[in-house]
Design a protein around this ligand. Structure first.
Ligand SMILES: NC(=O)c1ccc[n+]([C@@H]2O[C@H](COP(=O)([O-])OP(=O)(O)OC[C@H]3O[C@@H](n4cnc5c(N)ncnc54)[C@H](O)[C@@H]3O)[C@@H](O)[C@H]2O)c1
Length: 324
């Protein structure tokens, strides 16, 4: 049996693929290796996966309907899908809206059509995002909260993906689980996210831009904790009717942005020059996860504090970029 991991060249997808291989699964990775950020980083992630036994890679675009749905015939052994490929990033969605509907709506539809056509599909676990909570001012964010007020097109496409998955569960009995990730960080992380941007600026001696004058909090979540949650979800198809569930995978302890920066400064051994800036359109001031249901059903526990996780990220960053 094979697990299809979409977004295998990406941050979360590559870690999930490693974890599946670690427990002896066969993994088919799929990614279009696009240039939304440094392709070299995606290729480096793939170079670490490539030689591992049980791993195969298919370079394909989610929007290529024939390539994606054709896997039902060419790879009938796929019994689970971890669908982690997407056009991510809130800010980019302000300037490149069509990339989001293409990858996250059209792409989601193609993955759902594949799931429907696969003869032995047991479960599709797919990435959603805490951004679906939008302007929700009730904290922490719980899976049952209102999610009909997205403040970015990225969030709107992620919510659309959840609704489409629900619909395929209802109409075609496709078992699926949406995972709303909250600000994930760690080694091999994304260059468009704060941990990477700040660390890069620290090592290059450039100022960092601190949005909303630093008055923000995030449920920063370490990659290993997220991976454990993804695997636990994948192993547990919903038993509800229709078979669809949504869980938060995030930290229930939100950290002030300024403390996040302080821990990074300590790990890097450098002090940041901070440029305070207003809130960015599409951004949310505070994200913190209610994980009661994820704990109960998936045994999810975000055990890694930023004091432990950020130094690990900085160690990786130093080694990868060759900083002393
Ligand atoms: N990292 C986070 O903090 C975070 C938070 C919330 C949600 N998410 C979601 O988690 C998932 C994984 O995120 P990530 O941080 O690993 O992002 P990432 O950008 O590192 O990984 C996504 C991968 O998908 C691939 N991809 C994009 N469009 C594609 C297409 N049309 N066809 C094939 N491949 C395509 C990209 O090349 C990339 O390698 C995404 O769905 C993202 O929206 C991430």
């Amino acid at each position: 049996m094979t697990v299809l991991v979409t977004g295998a060249a990406g941050f979360i997808g590559s870690h999930v693929a490693h974890a599946l291989l670690d427990r002896g699964e066969d993994v088919l990775g799929l990614d279009n290796v696009n240039d939304y950020y440094d392709v070299g980083l995606k290729e480096a992630r793939l170079r670490r996966l490539g030689p591992r036994g049980g791993f195969r890679f298919l370079k394909a675009d989610l929007e290529d309907r024939a390539a994606v749905t054709g896997l039902a015939r060419s790879e009938p052994g796929i019994d689970r899908i971890a669908h982690l490929a997407a056009q991510a990033g809130v800010r980019h969605s302000l300037t490149h809206p069509h990339a989001y509907t293409a990858a996250n709506v059209e792409g989601q539809l193609n993955v759902l059509e594949l799931a429907r056509a696969l003869p032995g599909l047991r479960h599709l676990a797919y990435a959603s995002s805490s951004s679906v909570y939008g302007g929700n001012d009730k904290a922490p964010f719980a899976a049952g909260d209102r999610v009909d007020r997205p403040v970015s097109l990225y969030a709107a496409t992620k919510r659309a993906g959840e609704l489409m998955a629900y619909c395929y569960s209802h109409l075609h009995g496709v078992p699926s689980t949406g995972l709303r990730f909250f600000t994930v960080y760690g080694p091999w992380g994304r260059p468009d996210m704060s941990a990477y941007i700040f660390t890069k600026a620290l090592f290059e001696g450039r100022p960092i831009r601190v949005f909303n004058n630093g008055d923000m909090r995030r449920g920063f979540t370490y990659i290993d904790d997220i991976v454990a949650g993804v695997l636990a979800a994948l192993d547990r198809p919903p038993e509800t009717s229709p078979p669809h569930a949504v869980y938060n995978l995030g930290n229930h302890r939100s950290e002030p942005l300024m403390r996040f920066i302080e821990v990074l400064e300590n790990a890097a051994g450098r002090e940041a020059v901070k440029e305070f800036a207003p809130m960015q359109p599409g951004d949310v001031k505070d994200t913190v996860a209610d994980i009661e249901a994820s704990r109960r059903d998936l045994g999810f526990e975000p055990a890694t504090a930023i004091d432990e996780g950020l130094p690990r990220f900085v160690d990786w960053f130093r080694a990868y970029h060759g900083h002393d």
